[in-house]
Design a protein around this ligand. Structure first.
Ligand code: UFG
Length: 325
């Protein structure tokens, strides 16, 4: 079985590729390296291409017999999506539209889509999949728009899809080979680790006046390798199912919430370094609390996350970050 992983040089995409290779799948990567890293490309078949590049993608589909698609390629910075929403619509929505057209043309029936908890907006936690969707930012809107497009494409062309709504992806592969490495870093755990490494002087805590037990935002952190295993379960479910037009929407989270302060404490405990912090104004678009209910995928696909302790998750991130160049 040959799987196309778009965005396979990115943080979550590269963990997906490694997981597929470990399970014996053939992998084809499409990634334009605009946010991904060349050294995270682990498959032999690599097309350095924007998924909107019709020439390059036509060649990819012609040269490879693709059995299924796992689609990560997207822009994902919430702040940037508020400044440049059209850039996000063009890349995230149009890019997916092109992939679906190729799938229809080549008779490829299965796609797993990288969606986000950002589709929910401010829903009360724990959030189930049937909660209302009301994104508070343009990034979340593009993910929701794609979910809807998948639904209609599925109806019309008999495509099976799974949209996986991640909460906060964290950690790195246990081998230390790949990890969370971005050109611009805005995420809490890698920034806190950079403070521990002395690369950054202090961590700014964006708001301590939220309606939470300690005033800082609460998030649900899930290990990136557990995200990867969920994608494969969804893909295998589709491949084994004889029916067409399967629609699956699942949350992926640990079902536990940690405040920003608690994450800082956990980073201190793992790294054994003091983390200097300063309270800063709230960051626009940040909901106070986001915690998943992941019962649905556990029950329906038998997903069982391996990393259940936040310190273990942070430890894997720390091991990678110390070595990162
Ligand atoms: N935070 C700080 N200081 C920082 C960075 C972050 O206080 O320097 C806070 C944020 O305000 C937030 C929490 O730490 O309360 C987590 O922030 P991240 O930037 O690490 O992650 P987000 O929750 O903003 O976003 C993540 C993904 C999105 C996804 C979203 C879904 O990056 O792609 O989860 O919940 F949409």
């Amino acid at each position: 079985m040959s799987i196309l992983v778009t965005g396979g040089a990115g943080y979550i995409g590269s963990h997906m590729v490694l997981h597929l290779l470990e399970k014996g799948y053939e992998v084809v990567i499409a990634d334009d390296l605009s946010t991904g890293n060349k050294e995270a490309v682990l498959a032999n078949k690599f097309y350095q291409a924007d998924i909107k590049d019709e020439k390059a993608m036509a060649r990819l589909f012609k040269e490879n017999q693709i059995d299924g698609v796992i689609h990560f390629a997207a822009f994902s910075l919430i702040g940037e999506s508020m400044q440049e929403p059209l850039k996000y619509y063009e890349n995230n929505v149009t890019g997916t539209l092109r992939i679906l057209k190729y799938m229809d043309e080549y008779g490829i029936k299965n796609i797993v889509f990288s969606s986000s908890a950002a589709v929910y907006g401010e829903s009360p936690s724990p959030i189930k999949e049937n909660a209302g969707t009301n994104p508070t930012n343009a990034y979340g809107e593009t993910k929701l728009a794609v979910e809807k497009m998948l639904k209609w494409a599925s109806k019309a062309y008999g495509i099976n899809f799974a949209a996986l709504r991640y909460f906060n992806a964290a950690g790195s592969h246990v081998s230390g080979r790949i990890g969370e490495k971005r050109k611009i870093e805005t995420h809490l755990i890698p920034i806190a680790l950079d403070v521990a490494l002395g690369k950054i002087e202090e961590l700014l805590i964006f708001g301590d006046d939220y309606d939470t037990f300690d005033g800082t935002c609460i998030r649900d952190y899930i290990h990136v390798s557990d995200l990867a295993s969920a994608h494969l379960l969804a893909l295998e479910k589709m491949a084994n199912e004889k029916k067409c037009g399967l629609n699956m929407i699942y949350n992926l989270g640990s079902e536990k919430g940690f405040s920003v302060n608690q994450i800082v404490e956990a980073v201190k405990s793992v790294t054994e370094v003091n983390i200097r912090t300063e309270i800063a104004p709230r960051r626009s678009g940040d909901p106070a609390v986001l915690i998943a209910s992941s019962e649905k995928i556990k029950k329906e696909l038998g997903w069982a996350p391996q990393y259940t302790d936040i310190r273990d998750i942070i430890s894997t991130a720390w091991e990678f970050r110390k070595k990162m160049r």
